[in-house]
Structure formats: C-alpha cells, structure tokens
Design a protein around this ligand. Sequence first.
Ligand SMILES: [Zn+2]
Length: 326
Amino acid sequence: MDKLNKGNGLHFWKVYNLIASTINLSNSSDIIRRCRFCRKCESDVSFKMKAHAFPELLGANDCISYDECDKCNLLFSSYESHLSKYFLPYLSMVQVKGKKKIPAFTSRTENNEEKTRTVIKSIDGKLKFELGNRDDLVYDHENKKLSIRFRLPPFKPLHVYKALVKIGLSILPTDRLEKYRAVIDWMLGEASVSDYIPIVYITKVVNRKFAEPFAELYEANSIFEKEGFYPELTLVVNFANIVTQIFLPLSAHFDYLRSNQKSPLLEMYPASAIYNQNKEVSKYAKPNDLVKIDYRFEYADLSSAKTVIRDELIYLSYESFERSIK
Ligand SMILES: [Zn+2]
C-alpha cells in the first residue's frame, strides 16, 4: 500500500530540494539545437515550432524549450490534449487565458446527440451557460449557490500523467537527463517503464488564482527510510486555482534491491501551508483573502491507459445570475 503522507506538510521541505523551476528556466537558442528527448540534432529533425516547457493550455506563458524538436512536440501535444480535458472545468470557470483565449467548457454528449452538449463560455468576464442537460446546473437562489456538473469529454488518465511528467522532464537539469533516459524512452513510446506511481495530488483553492502558471521540480535528499522510500523526483504544477503534484517515474539508477519490500512514501507538497503563510506564492498569486483561505484536497489515480468518462462537480457562490429563456 502506498502511504499518503499528509501531516502538516512541513516535512516535505526536509525530504525534497528544489532543483528546477519554469520561472527561471535558463534556455538558450544560441547553441546547436539537440532535442533533449530523442537526442536528434537540427540536421535530423526540425525545430520550427515554439515548444513550451509549461503547456500554454494551462495558462499563457513564456516558458520556451529550445531543446524540444517538432516531432517530440507533436507527440507530447497528444498527451496534453488529455491534460486539458481533465482540468478544463477549472480553466474555464477560473477564466484562465490559454494560448489565445479563455477556453470554453464543452461537455461530452449523450447518445451522440449534439443537443445534449453543455457549453460554458466566458464572455466579457461573465460565464454564459448553454445547458444540454438541465441537471448540469442546480442553483439555490436563497443562498446564492450554484452547483455545476461538468460531464468531461472522454480522456485517458495515463496521458494526463504523461503530460505532467513531460513538464518535469522539460525542466530537468541537463546533468540528470541520462539518469532518466529510460523514463524519456517510455514517454516516446520506445520502452516500458513499470516503476511509476501514477497518482496526482490536487489542491483547489477557493476565491484565489495564480496570476501566472509555474512548475517546480523537487529532488529527494535521501531515498531510503526505515518505513519506505521516497520517489526521486516530484513535480508541483501551479495554475488557475490549482496546485497539482505528481511523482516522476523512478530512474534506471534506482536501487530496486534496497526498495524490495518497501512502500513508496508519497510526501505531499504543502500547498495549503504555502497559501496560508503567504510565502513564495505571493509573488505569483493575487494577495487577496489571505486570512481565510478555503481549499479542498483530493487525489486521483491516473493509471488507466483506457479512455474513461468522469463527471466533476463544482460548487460556487455567485453575485448575480441572469437567466435568459430562449
Ligand atoms: Zn525530439
């Protein structure tokens, strides 16, 4: 059994050190370009597309990867489309501007009938609902509360995990790339990596959002403890009103002999503590509602490689609500 290590979160800092961040990504285009994933150079592959270390679908940003070729970029985009479906309710409700605009939420349909599709759009800062199913939106006028059921389009959980792993590999310091070569090959579909823990921790903060998205990669100081082992790398991705955390697959250098019979210790990044202390994050987040910050925590299993459907429920308070009847 995996151990969910929640505690007060401060233990996280004893175990993990920050080794890379999208904020101070030092990438240069002056050198001969070589893809960090497939290891091919400009003479073999093209580098025409603007590859992002941090996917723009989670929020517009300037974190450009100069060492990602077009072929790898295209493959990773196919994972990212699942990531965007997974978090779409939040990107659209929190009104996070992506590459071009704030994405509209479009639900899946029932029985292939287009009229059953619900669409939620942001128009001039207001959310407009086109309901394909009356049960998708329940409102309680007396308490000014809404509950919205997001019928997510079909997605592959493992692709969501891979899209997050890719962010970590994009910012992984170059001196560690070879250590994680098997993980990269797995991402490229060229090898099987059986040693990964595809869960995601998600902290959702109420009434607050990140001004800019960013990701941070942490490395464990020591791996083995009496009660288990810490995965070598953990990635924290901050966007919209969400802090997500994953553990990257273990390296080929990982000492499996010593890990035998031991459980992974899945140390949780203290997202809520950071918010409450208003440390670090204040540079990137809007400093309102500092006193009372409400958040919800959950974790999800992203191991399925099969397409799944899922509903996400979000409860909201609202100021004004106009109902137009066609
Ligand atoms: Zn490549």
